[in-house]
Design a protein around this ligand. Structure first.
Ligand SMILES: [Zn+2]
Length: 661
């Protein structure tokens, strides 16, 4: 794409020894939001995320699980990837540090550093924390100062990186590029660390087998930071980075606990190799649970799936970006999450959209009305909307998500107030009143269009729905934000189908559901924590079903939409890399369908063949772990671990294809 400026950003490369919690989710959602925003500002964007798959920890976990390391990390990487998809994250590159192209890049970088005289052989003895993958500055027998767990004394032959040579070059770089490290507090922290002097860094190990070998220097393998950080480069061409044009990165987004590695080690490696340095490193704060850092050992980890399952992915995205000032620590609570959902999404955006749609449906024949003469109160709102556009773009540019959303929601509130004051619903059918009503409704719809374009980076799923409700072409993500102005909404545009956006949800019940799913997940030892919610739509799917599953009553006509039939299982097999799923082919009378079912841990595939089951046959096809599933098998969920029990017809010989009512 000639002419488009390039923008490259990265999430941390997550360690595969565990599964994503809300902290990882936060980093990734922020990156996805920036990615969508930059696209709307006309950039050619690449976003990289991925998994860091080497090291002692993985070696041990794989051994414990009784599988080869490669199998263990493949499973874990698949889990991470699947979760990001459920959260609507549009990563362009998913790099695994076990990828061949990554190994080549790391080996190449090592050689560059060595050829330039910044790598030398030596020995190292120190206390090593295997949980944090770092040598720590404590005496033998003492615990890790970061995580409090036991350390190990390690002595080994290794290669050192001459980090000490980079104290001055780094300080010069920071001085010349004051925005290199953000926010200010982190910059000061890094500055004083580097000013205190830098010790050379051991970058290989001989005691570890599971890593990228140093060619000609076996059994040395490159470890942890030299390996993991280089993933940012290997994702966009590695040694051939000039061909892709995406290096140096514009932004490495990280959690504050890994700022030192990104702002000191990584630029030093790149300087040593003679490569360009990234433009900016942004360290965000932690999400605290009752003021404590979430960690597996404290047992206070919150995972994203239960939230997505109960409230939808947009609710989680909105909460994370709205509630925390970016860069500072934030508090996570289910209470505040549901509160935000109900007040800002259900009563705010959702309510405005459905009111506007209903009034236009009734009064302007399902079209955007033709406004007549504008009154001062209309112009005041228009001026405010135009101001909000400018302020929001400015905030997004500075990663001020919370303030950007606050601005947008102040416009929603102003519009609610405008509607209350103008009360279009009480106007008569006189010519003058009809014209006035059309003007009010057009003005409201125009605010809604602007709000939708501005919220899309944060709320991709719901913004897409409002956009199509307003009859706008394509999707909001392809709308150029630089050209967003008041007054672009064309009268006469046919409205799209009205859909419920954020059904109100009862707080106590929602919290109960999320917490009990979370508890279930904590109990599961397997990499698969909570089964993926079947209604979770993929990235930005416009036609996706409303995610929140509030316990509302439905009418018989709603039930009748679900077509269930008796099916007979013809074949059943396990899916490599998905230990909960079985791939089935099922005869539903009119055809044979391929359906995936999350029952692999409880049903032997061979024993299922010939069995009659209840199948939802009119479910939109979807992919589970890369395998297409065209329908759903009905099962009860039993016991605390959620064991699936297939619904069936043991007493009667029912005909294949018979409809369930
Ligand atoms: Zn530790």
């Amino acid at each position: 794409m000639p002419g488009k400026p390039k923008y490259y950003l990265t999430t941390p490369i997550y360690y595969t020894n565990g599964l994503p919690h809300i902290g990882h989710t936060y980093s990734t959602i922020v990156c996805d939001t920036i990615r969508r925003y930059k696209r709307m500002r006309g950039y050619d964007v690449v976003m990289t995320t991925g998994t860091d798959e080497h090291g002692v920890n993985v070696e041990r976990s794989a051994k414990k699980a009784g599988v080869p390391e490669s199998e263990f990390v493949a499973k874990m990487a698949a889990e991470w990837r699947a979760l990001w998809e459920e959260l609507g994250v549009q990563g362009d590159e998913f790099i695994r540090t076990t990828d061949l192209k990554h190994a080549h890049t790391v080996q190449w970088l090592f050689k560059q550093c060595r050829d330039n005289g910044f790598v030398y052989p030596g020995h190292y003895t120190g206390q090593y924390c295997i949980y944090d993958n770092a040598y720590v500055d404590v005496k033998p027998g003492e615990n890790c100062p970061d995580c409090g767990r036991p350390t190990e004394t390690v002595t080994e032959a290794n290669f050192y990186f001459k980090l000490s040579a980079f104290q001055k070059p780094l300080l010069d770089w920071y001085a010349k590029h004051p925005d290199f490290i953000q926010p200010e507090a982190r910059r000061n922290e890094v500055l004083s660390f580097v000013e205190g002097g830098l010790r050379d860094l051991s970058i290989t190990r001989t005691s570890v087998r599971w890593g990228i070998p140093v060619p000609g220097e076996e059994p040395h393998v490159l470890y942890v930071w030299f390996d993991a950080l280089t993933a940012y480069l290997s994702a966009v061409g590695g040694p051939q980075y000039e061909k892709t044009g995406f290096w140096p990165a514009n932004l490495h987004l990280v959690g504050k606990e890994i700022i030192r590695f990104h702002a000191v080690y990584w630029p030093a490696f790149l300087m040593a190799a003679g490569l360009p340095l990234p433009k900016q490193i942004w360290a965000h704060g932690w999400l605290l649970m009752d003021s404590a850092k979430m960690s597996k050992s404290l047992g206070n980890v919150v995972r994203p799936r239960p939230i997505v399952h109960v409230l939808g992915m947009d609710a989680l995205r909105y909460y994370l970006l709205r509630e925390t000032v970016f860069g500072q620590d934030g508090n996570f609570s289910y209470e505040a999450l549901v509160q935000r959902y109900n007040s800002d999404l259900a009563n705010g955006l959702g309510n405005l959209a459905s009111r506007a749609a209903a009034m236009m449906e009734k009064n302007s024949g399902g079209k955007i009305p033709q406004p007549a003469a504008f009154q001062p109160q209309d112009t005041v709102l228009a001026t405010r909307a135009q101001e909000v556009i400018g302020e929001v773009l400015e905030q997004y540019d500075q990663l001020g998500f919370s303030l950007a959303l606050e601005e947008i929601w102040s416009l929603i509130a102003a519009t609610d107030k405008y509607l209350t004051t103008e009360h279009p619903w009480s106007l008569t059918d006189s010519e003058a009143d009809q014209q006035r009503r059309a003007t009010i409704l057009w003005t409201t719809a125009e605010v809604l269009r602007i709000v939708t374009a501005l919220t899309y980076p944060v709320l991709p799923e719901s913004a897409t729905r409002v956009w199509s409700l307003l009859g706008q072409p394509d999707q909001p993500g392809s709308f150029p934000l630089d050209g967003l102005r008041w007054g672009q909404l064309a009268p006469g545009t046919l409205l799209g189908k009205s859909q419920a956006l954020f059904p109100r949800i009862e707080k106590a019940e929602a919290i109960e559901r999320m917490e009990s799913m979370e508890k279930e997940a904590q109990k599961q030892p397997s990499p698969v924590t909570v089964p993926a919610p079947p209604s979770t739509p993929a990235a930005g799917g416009a036609a996706a079903a409303a995610a929140p599953a509030a316990a509302e009553k439905i009418g018989i006509e709603d039930f009748a939409k679900v077509e269930m039939r008796v099916g007979q299982i013809k074949t059943a097999e396990r899916i490599v890399g998905a230990d909960k799923l079985l791939k089935l082919t099922v005869d539903i009378g009119t055809e044979i369908r391929q359906i995936c079912a999350g029952i692999a841990q409880y049903y032997e595939p061979e024993k299922l063949i010939g069995r009659k089951v209840a199948v939802v046959v009119n479910l939109a096809p979807r992919k589970l772990r890369g395998v297409e599933s065209n329908g759903m098998i009905i099962a009860a969920t039993v016991g605390p671990e959620g064991r699936p029990v297939l619904a069936g017809f043991p007493d009667e010989d029912v005909e294949i294809g018979a409809r369930l009512k």
